[in-house]
Ligand binder design. Structure first.
Ligand code: AMP
Ligand code: GLY
Length: 431
């Protein structure tokens, strides 16, 4: 029996906690800082995941044996290395890569060099800094539109620009490098070849030696119906993904996942955790768009419900490097999630709106993203508020339940995309 701490406060952490709470090995489950949803499956602790000393205090006080790190922030800041070197934390298992491993997400230039070194298919690229800005401007001239510019560091999902016009791309490159448009994150900029295709998210759990491929998902990134408007953290997700056929997944495994795990080992990068591989399908071939050192949000809200095996057992396998002995069984059903957001998101939005009717969603699993308790009420506390997941025997069947529940829950300024999964339904009709 184990005491487990999940770090984070979003829908991803609610879904992970919801799944861990079902484990037969769990004694006590804590979430820091959590939200109103996680409070229903465990105990929330008011601790900032990026304040490592505060995390240590709560691990020691609550006799935690395993920590699951939800977001990338603490990983990129080195929480795993902090645990390994602190004498009070010896023997505490932690799920996530070392700080160097987290650079797969924390530095696009690092990730590109890693992929090049290990022959992992990805868009061609070159990197520039303020010293080489004019070389970058000249390099753009040799590329074809659209131009893809990426801030090297973490930029809250906003650091990727896709620009049609050469002059604008050159101006943006100067502004990223010389005016620090994305702060320190854009002190290096990666310029990439544009790849045209359809995207999906593939998740791998690794103990550094072996790995399990978790259910894949498709995310809906833009705010508007028909994939229009501003980029968001994600407005919905579907799993499984119809175009991820066994043949395509085999290519992903042999050309991307195996070389990634072998590459980490060859480079002596310690990695015990989740790898999120953003894939783009060009023709019939997979290319890596990005790596993340954590699970996706809202993808986790469809991945966790599809895992039938005991998650804590798998995570113990990661810590003890016996993952190869663990079973991973996956539910055949479709799972969909629809994210309800606050009015104004992804730009500025209001918080503190009372959420009513949560109990009405009896055919769905309501994961909380940005909520908190306020006395006896539950109120909105973020741009993304709820991720409403449902099972079905088809995408239509699952999404109908997610939409109906999203409709029945009320708060002022609620908005959700009513077309989650529709593109995949159309794609299936054509086959
Ligand atoms: P990233 O943060 O690297 O995942 O990029 C954000 C989004 O930009 C991706 O999900 C893609 O939709 C798009 N994108 C990134 N790189 C490329 C590329 N080389 N070609 C086409 N689209 C891209
Ligand atoms: N849904 C995309 C992400 O978590 O980065």
């Amino acid at each position: 029996m184990m005491n487990v701490l999940v770090l984070g406060s979003g829908g991803r952490e609610h879904a992970i906690s919801w799944k861990l709470a079902q484990s037969s090995h769990i004694q006590s489950l804590f979430i820091a800082p959590g939200n109103a949803g996680t409070a229903a499956v465990g105990t929330n602790l008011d601790v900032d995941p990026e304040d490592f000393k505060a995390v240590r205090k709560c691990v020691v006080e609550n006799n935690i044996q395993l920590v699951v790190v939800g977001p990338e922030g603490p990983l990129v800041k080195g929480i795993v290395d902090f645990f390994k070197t602190d004498k009070n934390l010896q023997g505490v298992g932690i799920i996530g890569p070392s700080q160097v491993g987290a650079q797969l997400e924390g530095s696009k230039d690092f990730a590109k060099k890693f992929m090049q070194r290990h022959h992992i298919p990805t868009a061609k690229y070159a990197s520039f800094t303020k010293e080489t800005v004019e070389e970058g401007v000249a390099f753009l001239k040799t590329m074809k539109a659209p131009y893809v510019l990426k801030a090297d560091g973490l930029a809250a999902g906003k650091g990727v620009l896709i620009i049609e016009d050469l002059k604008t791309a050159q101006d943006e490159l100067r502004s990223m490098l010389l005016d620090q448009k994305f702060g320190a994150a854009s002190s290096t900029v990666v310029i990439e070849e544009f790849l045209k295709g359809i995207e999906c998210s593939v998740f791998v759990l690794t103990d550094g030696h072996s790995y399990k491929i978790l259910p894949e998902a498709k995310d809906y990134k833009r705010i508007g119906v028909g994939d229009t408007g501003l980029n968001t953290g994600g407005m919905g997700a579907i799993s499984p993904v119809p175009f991820c056929t066994p043949e395509f997944m085999d290519k992903i495994e042999s050309r991307i996942i195996i070389p990634t795990i072998k590459g980490l080992k060859a480079d002596e990068i310690e990695y015990k955790g989740f790898i999120f591989v953003g894939i783009i399908k060009v023709g019939n071939d997979p290319y890596v768009i990005e790596y993340n050192c954590r699970m996706g949000d809202p993808e986790t809200e469809v991945v966790m419900p599809r895992i039938k095996s005991d998650l804590l057992n798998l995570l113990e396998g990661v810590v003890t490097q016996t993952l190869s002995e663990c079973d991973l069984h996956v539910d055949d059903r479709v799972c969909s999630t629809v994210v309800t957001v606050s009015k104004g998101y992804p730009e500025s939005y209001e918080k503190g709106k009372e959420i009513k009717g949560l109990h009405r969603a009896d055919e769905a699993i309501v994961f909380h993203s940005g909520t908190k308790k306020s006395g006896a009420k539950i109120v909105t506390n973020g741009g993304r508020v709820l991720a409403i997941s449902a099972y079905g025997y088809s995408i239509n069947d699952a999404t109908k339940k997610s939409f109906d529940a999203a409709e029945s829950i009320e708060y002022s300024g609620k908005y959700f995309r009513e077309d989650i999964g529709k593109d995949l339904i159309k794609m299936l009709e054509k086959i």
